[in-house]
Design a protein. Structure first.
Length: 207
């Protein structure tokens, strides 16, 4: 498909400040419309399918709320989760759950899956994909875990950790796309936009 001319409009269907900041640092200026999708109890056949399903639900919910969107308007939904021992781990419900999670993760590796769904509401066309990145966690002590959980940061993020915040010191190695661990894979998003006829530079916005 031939790329359109002009600047495309990008809407982020997520309340994640980390995703928003990642996109902004890449030169994009997305609008934010929170999907309000209830994630509780949503499960796919496996962790990858779950991440893709949740991302699609979020993007579709926001796309459906737009009135007469113009061609070139894109809605991005994302959802991240950690796979450890075949289990799907999202945000911990309590501080106690976060402590138990970290005791299970320390010194080990997990896979962070981020589902991406990009929809053009004007045409109904969409692209979906999942980026997966292996994360190696440090051998953190019980005291470090308690102090980290007490900050509250692990309670609001998938897998109970960040790499762009206080948890960054507790991640020894990343195999794969670093941005994906933050919450959105920029190389994958570029390919998805291209598949919908939008070249990456069209998403750059001047300040």
């Amino acid at each position: 498909m031939t790329n359109r001319t002009g600047v495309a409009r990008l809407i982020l269907a997520s309340a994640s400040s980390a995703r928003l900041e990642t996109l902004r640092r890449a030169g994009l200026r997305p609008e934010v419309i929170v999907s309000e999708v209830d994630e509780y109890g949503v499960r796919g056949a496996d962790p990858i399918a779950t991440a893709e399903l949740l991302a699609t639900m979020k993007a579709a919910a926001v796309a459906a709320r737009l009135s007469q969107p113009e061609p070139g308007t894109l809605v991005l939904g994302c959802d991240s989760l950690l796979e450890l021992d075949g289990q799907t781990l999202g945000k911990p419900d309590t501080a106690e759950a976060a402590v138990a999670r970290w005791r299970a993760m320390r010194g080990r590796s997990g896979v962070l899956h981020t589902g991406h769904c990009l929809i053009e509401p004007a045409t109904g066309r969409r692209e979906t994909a999942v980026a997966s990145t292996t994360v190696r966690f440090a051998e953190v002590t019980d005291d470090e875990i308690s102090a980290y959980v007490a900050t509250g940061e692990p309670l609001g993020v998938a897998g109970a950790f960040t790499v762009d915040g206080l948890g960054g010191a507790f991640v020894e190695r990343i195999d794969g796309d670093h941005h994906n661990v933050v919450g959105v894979s920029l190389p994958l998003l570029r390919r998805m936009a291209a598949a919908l006829g939008v070249a990456w530079p069209q998403l750059w916005r001047a300040d």
